[in-house]
Ligand binder design. Structure first.
Ligand SMILES: Cc1cc2nc3c(=O)[nH]c(=O)nc-3n(C[C@H](O)[C@H](O)[C@H](O)COP(=O)(O)OP(=O)(O)OC[C@H]3O[C@@H](n4cnc5c(N)ncnc54)[C@H](O)[C@@H]3O)c2cc1C
Length: 412
């Protein structure tokens, strides 16, 4: 049986594993990055790359960010389009100003190309990252003061610490995570690509439509660089189970039964297979680390419960994981106590944002309230400006926690 020995093993090379590896490379720390796939590989996703990712990339390496920015597979995005259950449509620009002027607030990028860009970076330029592709991990076990990572083909990796970054609902990670998926903390997402969708915003706004009969839950349209659009629905798992309707049917009916969307899709055509995948949503603060392990990205279950965004959190957690490991190496300890600083850093940064997002579906699940808010905002440039600031600034978003804040602004 083949054995690989390494100090740090990263299990999974999606955004969480990739950013952990890239930050470790920056700090000159060796690691082994393992994935079951050979790259490039697809990943079912909406392809929306938010400002969080750009912020983390900027901190990682501005040259890498500029090289990334020049890639043909990217579309810069400058705002967000919402529609309410009544059909009020709102276009809200992102107001974020970046240090590097040419860098936009966010992007849209097919995940196959997005993930592969960083894989290529590792293959071509990394000195400290050993990448193992096509290795499916079946079990991770702590044995005699080591982590043993067992792959389906018989390879065993012996590591002092393991970064669990293999995405949502992977059985071998369950032993380490207290996240338990149920109908209320899991969303099911279905994605396909269409060509010929009309009325896309000239500045490539990402679109979230909160439709009658779909709320809480939404339909998204994210334009692609080749003129196609990534289109999908995100619906609470409990609801899918209750209604016994396929996600494909939910998506098709949502388009057909909404006059605004039906018009925009009248000449559109599905050009890719439908693919579904669960989204583990944040529901409460759970431990993110323990003796000799860290949970990073979807393995930790920290997807934003309102927007479904997870790539930004995965990138940010990758940065904090690498920083924690750097500290742990200095302290010669991968104990639960040493690694706990990771939980503190992650929650200090995204807890506020996640708690707000956790409350929003509850507030906006009432169609009448959603309609009221959307109509007031649509009729008021002052409120539109306020919302643009809120979308671009966490301190402003914090105030949404308090429903009186809305009411005050809506009825002023
Ligand atoms: C339908 C849908 C739409 C979404 N849209 C968006 C969006 O627009 N924007 C956004 O920010 N987020 C979106 N998300 C969430 C986003 O896709 C995830 O949060 C993000 O991919 C998490 O990154 P990760 O690295 O933790 O996991 P992943 O991206 O899932 O990567 C995990 C990696 O681990 C590997 N792996 C899995 N099992 C094993 C194994 N046994 N052994 C070895 N390797 C393994 C996989 O091959 C993969 O490369 C969406 C999710 C879904 C399902």
């Amino acid at each position: 049986m083949d054995t690989v020995q390494t100090q740090i093993c990263i299990a999974g090379a999606g955004p969480a594993g990739l950013f952990t590896a890239l930050f470790l490379e920056k700090y000159g720390i060796a690691c082994t990055l393992v994935d079951k796939s050979f790259f490039p590989r697809d990943k079912i996703c909406g392809d929306g790359i938010s400002g969080w990712v750009v912020d983390v990339l900027e901190e990682l390496d501005t040259d890498l960010l500029l090289r990334f920015h020049r890639q043909d597979f990217l579309l810069p995005s400058y705002g967000m389009r919402f529609s309410s259950p009544r059909g009020t449509v709102l276009d809200i620009p992102f107001l974020q100003e970046r240090k590097i002027k040419e860098i936009p607030p966010g992007y849209i990028a097919p995940r196959k190309e997005f993930d592969n860009f960083f894989i290529e970076e590792i293959k071509n330029n990394a000195k400290y990252v050993q990448l193992l592709e096509g290795k499916e991990i079946v079990e991770v076990k702590e044995e005699s003061d080591q982590m043993h990572i067992h792959c389906r083909d018989g390879l065993r990796i012996e590591a002092e610490v393991v970064v669990l970054a293999a995405g949502a609902m992977q059985p071998f990670q369950k032993v380490f995570s207290q996240y338990r998926a149920d109908g209320s903390n899991t969303m099911l997402g279905l994605r396909t690509y269409y060509k010929g969708v009309k009325g896309l915003h000239p500045e490539n706004y990402i679109e979230l439509h909160f439709l009658k009969g779909l709320n809480p839950g939404y339909l998204w349209i994210f334009p692609q660089p080749d003129g196609r659009a990534n289109v999908g629905v995100g619906v609470a798992k409990a609801r899918v189970l209750k209604e016994k309707k396929s996600l494909k049917k939910i998506l098709q009916e949502a388009i057909e039964q909404n006059a605004y969307l039906a018009k925009r899709f009248e000449d559109a055509e599905v050009v890719a297979p439908f693919g579904a995948h669960p989204l583990p949503l944040f529901y409460k603060k759970l431990p993110l680390s323990g003796n000799r392990f860290l949970l990073v990205g979807d393995s930790a279950g920290l997807i934003d419960p309102f927007t479904g965004e997870g790539i930004g959190h995965a990138a940010l957690m990758g940065k904090f994981a690498a920083q924690t490991l750097q500290q742990a190496i200095r302290q010669h300890s991968f104990s639960a106590e040493t690694l706990r600083q990771y939980d503190e850093q992650v929650y200090k940064t995204i807890d506020k944002e996640l708690s707000i997002s956790k409350k929003l579906p509850g507030i906006l699940k009432h169609d009448w309230l959603f309609n009221l808010v959307a109509d007031r905002v649509a009729g008021s440039p002052r409120l539109q400006d306020k919302l643009a600031k809120t979308l671009s600034n966490l301190d402003e978003r914090k105030k949404l926690k308090n429903p009186w804040h809305y009411i005050k602004h809506i009825f002023r």
